[in-house]
Design a protein around this ligand. Structure first.
Ligand code: SAH
Length: 284
């Protein structure tokens, strides 16, 4: 059982409170200490499909574990029902942990849930987590920013409430202005996203990485290009969840794929962007 470092006043979970906690993208070690503290105190844990179940073992033996995700092809419970359940538990005086994959406020509907808690007069705390679009890509050796590539990065969801590629996103503007685009929940709408970006002026040869099950033992990385992404993804029959990174930072994986280097493989390239002159640069 992991223990929290001593000599710190870890916050105490009060009965009747809800803590909305990000569990990170899957690797149990990416849970924060505040997250661990919450798991060890909770009376009830309401968790989502993307939460790595390993961390639930750290709960007290009598903690009620309540699954709120999609199971066996059945539709996921309605967001409203989940929020009502949290309120019900809190009003019954339980210490409630709402555990979500990644970060609760990044495409996780944590904002909506917290809003309902406020409306119901329930006290809450937010514990951020490592989001798949940053930490998941790091596990694939892809930095979401790199000084030689991008001064901006966009995180976008591939579907809106109707399940289509979000029409509220100005893909042309993104194509023109965002050198790196990280797409969540985008496997189904990838053909539309790719077509919109190419129409907006992006080069079909632009590198793309599709990282499935990032940070988990079954992590898989598909390296492709914008023009080939849809076909390559279909041929590889990828298992969800997947995070898609579009942009030249993807090339950095050739140098920074630390996982394969742990098994003794040499980096494929030391200068995938073709910008280094061989010297360690000024780091000021
Ligand atoms: N709050 C989460 C995102 C929830 S939306 C976060 O901050 O990471 C769900 C989407 O997140 C998935 O469709 C997928 O695009 C991405 N995702 C979450 N965990 C992932 C993982 N381990 N590997 C790849 N993608 C992941």
């Amino acid at each position: 059982m992991p223990t929290l470092p001593a000599n710190t006043d870890w916050p105490v979970m009060q009965p009747g409170w809800v803590w909305l906690v990000g569990a990170g993208p899957g690797d149990a070690g990416l849970l924060t200490l505040h997250g661990l503290n919450a798991i060890q105190q909770a009376d009830v844990i309401v968790y989502d499909a993307l939460v790595g179940e390993d961390i639930l073992k750290w709960a007290k033996p009598d903690t009620q574990i309540d699954y709120a995700g999609k199971r066996g092809g059945k539709p996921s419970p309605k967001q409203r029902d989940i929020s009502l359940k949290l309120i019900e538990y809190a009003k019954a005086g339980k210490r409630v942990l709402r555990l979500k994959g990644g970060d609760p406020f990044v495409f996780g509907r944590g904002g909506e849930e917290a809003q309902t808690l406020v409306e119901a007069g329930v006290n809450f705390r937010i514990v951020p987590g490592i989001s798949a679009g940053i930490g998941g890509l790091a596990y694939a050796g892809i930095p979401v920013t790199h000084r030689d590539v991008n001064q901006a990065v966009t995180f976008v969801t591939g579907h809106d409430a109707s399940g289509n590629a979000p029409s509220a996103v100005n893909w042309r503007a993104l194509a023109e202005s965002s050198p790196v685009i990280v797409c969540y929940m985008s496997m189904k709408t990838l053909p539309t996203i790719v077509a919109s970006l190419i129409e907006g002026g992006r080069d079909g040869a632009e590198p793309v990485a599709i990282v499935t099950n990032a940070t988990r033992s079954n992590q898989n990385v598909l390296e492709t290009t914008l023009a080939c992404a849809v076909e390559d993804a279909a041929a590889a029959t990828l298992a969800p969840p997947a995070i898609i990174c579009i942009g030249r930072v993807t090339l950095m994986r050739q140098t920074l794929d630390w996982m394969s280097q742990m098994t003794g493989e040499a980096p494929r390239s030391l200068d995938p962007l073709g910008v280094r002159d061989g010297d360690i640069r000024d780091v000021s």
